[in-house]
Design a protein around this ligand. Structure first.
Ligand SMILES: [Cu+2]
Length: 93
């Protein structure tokens, strides 16, 4: 139990030093239903370095969190566009 604090501190430091997590909001054209949303999410989740993706077809957007030492925003955009959608804007959050 006494190591708990150390573990928490170490993982916090580790995440901030090596994690390099960044978040982007993407505007995704062509998502019209829940299955579009799911297929975008499932595809992006498979990219190495992606921690989280939440797509919303009603807003035509997705928010993705990833480790930018392992993946790039271009990898993510390409994987979405391969599915037939179009990323027309993206913004770092
Ligand atoms: Cu759809």
């Amino acid at each position: 139990m006494k190591y708990m604090k150390f573990i928490i501190l170490a993982s916090f430091l580790g995440a901030s030093l090596f994690g390099m997590e960044i978040k982007y909001r993407l505007s995704i054209k062509g998502m019209y239903c829940e299955s579009c949303q799911k297929s975008v999410e499932n595809t992006v989740k498979k990219i190495k370095g992606v921690k989280e993706i939440q797509a919303d077809f009603s807003k035509r957007e997705g928010v993705v969190t990833f480790d930018d030492t392992k993946a790039s925003i271009q990898d993510i955009i390409q994987s979405i566009e391969k599915l037939g959608y179009k990323v027309d804007k993206y913004q770092k959050l």
